[in-house]
Design a protein around this ligand. Structure first.
Ligand code: C2E
Ligand code: MG
Ligand code: MG
Ligand code: MG
Length: 292
């Protein structure tokens, strides 16, 4: 082989593989700078009680605006970060930021009396295995004087099914503090339902893909089955990604407890959302108070 031939890509797959790898490295590098240069921000998406049609809490979602890469979606950068120590760093950033926001906008007496306010934080799978996770959260609860009952941690099925001692230890210590745990993207983990039996969780979030299918007979049956299973195990149910009025009505008819989705409220900058909370009693308001 001469050098020319050697350097010629041998197939389309090679090229796309390299492009993929390049992108992953760019994201990794970009994220490393983002964490130190504060190019990350927190958005909050409301979660509604479908019975009373009032705000029950919010989910914190990371947003990243990079000067070179532009806006990168967490759906793309979280899976990359999760494979490195960046997953833990991002989680810590969000945990600290959310507590700071609660401290600034919601005096303790207010979020205690409000009762309804819950802020959910997504935790990457690898980080839930970190023996320091609970201690880090405790430190920040104290530092920012946050009532632990305000917090909910969202993890995926795979994490809860893991037989790691660190995961079990974090789960029991966090719940002893009064922090709630939600199973995110429920139904997408291809896991056996038997793990629900001994599950230390409070909430089950049905993945959007099931909500998208709700208007088909098979899809509706599946949701009913999930709701039944959740009732047996005393788990609250949240429907993710509600986009149409019809989906909303069907979920209300089926008795689904909570819902999130663009129809009810899109994620918005945390500062704006919480400022509104300071001024008004958000919990007494119906949906549509945030820009759709
Ligand atoms: P997730 O935790 O399941 O969050 C729900 C995702 O669905 C969010 O996407 C949200 O913006 C989007 N969504 C909500 N309602 C609708 C709807 O009606 N239609 C559609 N099409 N989408 C809707 P986002 O913010 O892009 O986040 C994607 C995923 O990235 C999250 O899924 C979560 O797994 C992860 N993620 C986001 N922020 C964080 C974070 O701060 N930490 C960690 N560890 N993961 C995060
Ligand atoms: Mg989530
Ligand atoms: Mg989800
Ligand atoms: Mg998801």
């Amino acid at each position: 082989l001469n050098s020319r031939q050697q350097h010629r890509p041998c197939s389309y797959f090679d090229e796309s593989y390299h492009a993929e790898l390049r992108r992953k490295l760019d994201i990794e590098q970009g994220l490393r700078n983002a964490v130190t240069d504060a190019r990350l921000s927190i958005f909050l998406q409301p979660k509604y009680d479908l019975g009373t049609e009032r705000v029950a809490g919010y989910e914190a979602l990371l947003r990243w605006q990079d000067p070179v890469l532009g806006t990168v979606s967490p759906a793309e950068f979280i899976p990359v970060a999760e494979q490195t120590v960046l997953g833990q760093q991002l989680d810590r950033y969000v945990i600290q930021k959310v507590m700071e926001l609660i401290n600034i906008h919601l005096p303790l007496r207010q979020h205690r009396s409000a009762g309804c306010l819950h802020i959910a934080i997504n935790i990457t799978a690898s980080h839930f295995n970190d023996p320091q996770l609970t201690a880090f959260i405790e430190e920040n609860l104290q530092r920012y004087r946050v009532d632990p009952r305000t917090l909910c941690l969202e993890v995926t099925e795979g994490v809860l099914m893991s037989d790691s001692d660190h995961v079990a230890d974090n789960l029991s210590r966090l719940r002893a503090l009064g922090i709630e745990v939600a199973i995110d993207d429920f139904g997408t983990g291809y896991s056996s339902l038997s793990y629900l039996k001994n599950l230390p969780a409070d909430e089950l979030k049905i993945d959007k893909s099931f909500i998208d299918d709700l208007e088909t007979p098979a899809g509706a049956t599946l949701i009913k089955a999930i709701l039944d299973v959740a009732r047996v195990f005393h788990l609250r149910v949240v429907a993710e990604g509600i986009e149409t009025e019809n989906q909303l009505v069907l979920l209300q008819e089926l008795g689904c407890d909570y819902g999130q989705g663009y129809l009810l409220g899109k994620p918005a900058p945390a500062d704006e959302v919480l400022k509104q909370f300071e001024m008004t009693d958000v919990c007494s308001q119906g949906w549509g108070i945030y820009e759709k």
